[in-house]
Design a protein around this ligand. Structure first.
Ligand code: HOZ
Length: 433
């Protein structure tokens, strides 16, 4: 596989862009390789600038649930572009978008569109702080909620990949307002809540962690958080930037039968265009400006192109509900194949999966929280990643990111991936105990 053009572009990119990329994990730093510069995509496939073809398991980190360059979505974007790309004024599409989100996620009674998941989570905690009159927030070790100052503490994802526990530049005073609990450990939350009684405004969580690799919630954990919030007047924020419309049409809240006070959304609701949203109980959302005093604004919020793409994708998902059973069938086939490979090779690595999100962790111990995820052998992961890439399988370039399957992945793609997985796992460096 030649990668000359990608390598040349990376060298040039590093002159003008910090680290040569616009988002750290893309740099392939933790896997010690040169990132592939992508030229185009279709369905389950990506092609790089050197003409190499890959089966894509990144899917733009989630939004490509229907596959790349989906006909209906592209048409919606093209039609919308002809009528104008930004007005800085309200449009009918924003109303339709808000309506469909409220319909599909019942805990959302009102919603505000923003431009990214980071904006959504930053706005959501400001709102929770204003609503409760309290300053502290509780997040979980390994959960990533975008790069807002309050969240860059034990933040998983890129920070974990690069081994940066907390980012410089976050004011100490603000960092002190962020308390960190352990995922799947209600006692760690109770301890913080009782210690900082009446100071905690919200608990924010990725209901299925995607940014530490895929870590599902243990039975009763999300329900337990809901009860702690109810008992202590704490706002429960469920960050569904990755899980929303992904693990079920109604997101993780539908799958685990739990309701948020505020939900944050991103990625998928833009159908591949930059977007985010936060929404929840009317009583809380009504204090957002201009109906209330909590300020938050944006010229490109509710951008017509992003609304057109997102509305088209959400309509497609709600019309074609079988998409989730197809995703489950394909994801299970992949899971079974990888487990079978590990059995044949006598390997006991951990495969975590929730619907079409999954991670193969290079550790023999169950991965239930950030601590156990960190037990993974990242060198083995890097060797595995490299072998898969060479065989045309494009996985997230980090042990601490979830992989995604799209509705465009069929038996042919899954079978090829299982074969490549066997070859990669059999390689000396990956299989060595
Ligand atoms: N860490 C981000 C997803 N969890 C990566 C985003 C990107 O590089 O595009």
């Amino acid at each position: 596989m030649t990668t000359k053009k990608s390598a040349a572009l990376f060298t040039k990119a590093k002159r003008f862009i910090p680290g040569g990329v616009n988002s750290p994990v893309r740099a392939f730093k933790s896997v010690g390789l040169t990132p592939r510069f992508i030229a185009r995509a279709k369905g389950a496939y990506l092609w790089d600038v050197d003409g190499n073809q890959y089966i894509d398991y990144v899917g733009s980190w989630g939004p490509m649930i229907a596959g790349h360059t989906h006909k209906e979505i592209i048409q919606a974007i093209q039609d919308s572009a002809k009528t104008g790309t930004s007005f800085g004024a309200p449009t009918e599409l924003e109303v339709k978008m808000a309506e469909i989100i409220c319909k599909l996620v019942p805990s959302i009674e009102m919603v505000r569109m923003v431009n990214s998941g980071t904006e959504a989570t930053m706005s959501a905690i400001r709102l929770a702080r204003a609503y409760t009159g309290r300053d502290k927030i509780i997040k979980f070790d390994g959960c990533y909620h975008g790069h807002g100052d309050s969240f860059l503490i034990k933040a998983g994802s890129g920070a974990e990949t690069l081994g940066i526990p907390d980012s410089p530049g976050v004011p100490k005073a603000l960092a002190n307002e962020t308390l960190t609990a352990q995922i799947n450990n209600l006692d760690s939350v109770r301890t913080l809540v009782s210690r900082f009684r009446s100071q905690v405004s919200c608990i924010i969580i990725e209901p299925v962690v995607g940014n530490m690799g895929c870590i599902p919630p243990q039975p009763g954990f999300l329900e337990g958080l809901r009860s702690i919030c109810d008992e202590n007047g704490i706002v429960f924020i469920i960050d569904e930037v990755m899980t929303g419309f992904r693990v079920a049409l109604g997101g993780a809240q539908q799958l685990y039968k739990v309701k948020a006070d505020i939900t944050t959304l991103g990625k998928i609701i833009g159908g591949g265009l930059p977007v985010g949203a936060y929404g929840g109980k009317k009583e809380i959302m009504q204090i957002v400006a201009p109906s209330g005093p909590v300020y938050q604004a944006g010229t490109l919020s509710g951008n017509p192109l992003a609304m057109a793409a997102g509305y088209s994708l959400l309509s497609h998902l709600s019309k074609k509900k079988t998409i989730y059973t197809t995703l489950e069938t394909m994801s299970r086939m992949l899971e079974d194949g990888i487990r079978e490979n590990m059995k044949k090779l006598g390997l006991g690595y951990q495969l975590n999966r929730v619907g079409s999100m999954f991670t193969l962790f290079f550790t023999e111990y169950p991965v239930r929280d950030a601590g156990s995820a960190r037990m993974s052998d990242t060198k083995k992961f890097a060797a595995y990643f490299s072998s898969m890439l060479e065989q045309g399988i494009y996985l997230p370039p980090s042990q601490f990111e979830a992989a995604f399957i799209s509705a465009a992945h069929g038996e042919k793609e899954i079978e090829k991936t299982i074969k490549a997985n066997y070859k990669a796992l059999r390689a000396k460096v990956v299989s060595r105990k």
